[in-house]
Design a protein around this ligand. Sequence first.
Ligand SMILES: Nc1ncnc2c1ncn2[C@@H]1O[C@H](COP(=O)(O)OP(=O)(O)O)[C@@H](O)[C@H]1O
Ligand SMILES: [Mg+2]
Length: 542
Amino acid sequence: MTKKKSLKARSRRRTGSRELQKRLQVAEDTLRAIQAGEVDALVVTKARGQHVITLAGAELPYKVMFDQMYEGAVTLTPDGIIAYCNRRFAEIVRMPLTRVVGSPLHRFVSPPDRPALEALCYEAAAHRASSELSVRAGDGASVSVSVSCAPLQLKGSADPIGVIAMVTDITERKQAAELLRQSEERFRLMVKNVRDYGIFMLDPAGHVVSWNAGAERIKGYRAAEILGQHFSRFYPPEDIERGKPKHELLVAAAEGRLEDEGWRVRKDGTRFWANVVITALRDQMGNLRGFAKVTRDITERKRAEELRARLTRQLMVAQDTERRWIARELHDETGQSLTGLLVGLRTIERSETIAEAAELAQQLREVAAQSLADVRRLARGLHPSILDDLGLSAAVARYVEEFTGRHGIVVDLRVEPESDRLPLIVQTTVYRVLQEALTNVARHASARTASVRLAREKTMVELRVQDDGTGIKRQGRVGRARSNHRRGLGLEGMRERVELLGGSIRVESELGLGTTITARIPVQSTAVPPAQRTPAQTGRDR
Ligand SMILES: Nc1ncnc2c1ncn2[C@@H]1O[C@H](COP(=O)(O)OP(=O)(O)O)[C@@H](O)[C@H]1O
Ligand SMILES: [Mg+2]
């Protein structure tokens, strides 16, 4: 019994599988025919009857167009199988056309994007829908595509019989967009992080809409504090009163660009000297979209320019003072002596005896000798030629020796031998300061001893003249009008000369304890020794 039953079942299974094989064969033949383009029409059996999809007749030109157009075109059955596709789609997915048709579309979509595809197809059964997806091509590459779908509705039928999809390869477009995005990002980062320039944007009304690190450094506001604020707060009150901020925007809008230099105000209220460029930003239609503002803090540069102007003025005043001094010397001393000589010579002419003439001549020789000494002193004052002959160290030693001889003040002298390798202008200035300082010691200090120290550091030369005298009395330091009868530089003249070379002078003095004058002058460490100077260099040094 059991055996009989099982035989029957086996024969039923055999018939079933034969039936299945037959149907499979029919399906495969149909598929091959569709794939080979041998089919003109498809008959789709649905619950409510049969639908015929025709490819022949009037629709044939569309088929040609379909095959040749640049976009991929796909016809999907309601369950997402590719019923038909054009060559371009096969190219996009990089598979032979025959293997694409009949496959489910989702096979060609990257797994993470498959839910999106499903949602798209679901939507497209009712109305148009589109999305961007990533296709997994046959060679494993991933291709970005834009897919737009619409229901495939036949005339006279209520339900769509599938979905049509247009597929565009947007890899290049996406790459270009990505490159643009990266380049914009880099540019944004650069602007954001630049610290030497304040770079920010204003809306057309002048409100701050962007802020970078440089703007924060220069103006002191953090981005969160300043965004949305009006840019006029960077201007000093007097400029705001004059309407300068508004005016600058008007000019920039009219002329495209405005450059200005002036005082601006930091968050903490301090001012800095700014160079500002405002550029109008317009869109393609020419509408004003705002302004770009680039601000530099050039306070240091302005200070340096002012200092230079002040030093140049000082130099001119110093030169003039010196010329006047020389003129006075020539007139008062040399002129007097020569007048005396003239008068004397005339008297000699009229003298009646040889003895009388000889006596007068003797007197006149003294006058002439004095006059010669004056002229020599004057020449030495104009340029201490001893520097050219002996160099600074020896000149200083010689001067100190003469000083002690003349005034009986013992001077402790220490000189570094390197000092001769200084530029001539520095040597002259050091020598002048020494002259003036020691002359003051003799004239004002009532000192018993003094010390002179000349030292050379790597980038500095330092002269220190110290005495153990009375110290400078108060009126000697401040508010004292320049003496008309002064010979030499005076303390002020010393300071001017030293500052002209970028150096500084310190005067320390205590009543009853003495005075110390310290002059420090910068020098380049690679100063050319005098022996190697070219005439041009010597000329520049003087
Ligand atoms: N070494 C010093 N000891 C005491 N007083 C000094 C010394 N050097 C300068 N002074 C005081 O400072 C004043 C200014 O000096 P200076 O500018 O050289 O002008 P001057 O020597 O022509 O008076 C002097 O008149 C003097 O009163
Ligand atoms: Mg003096």
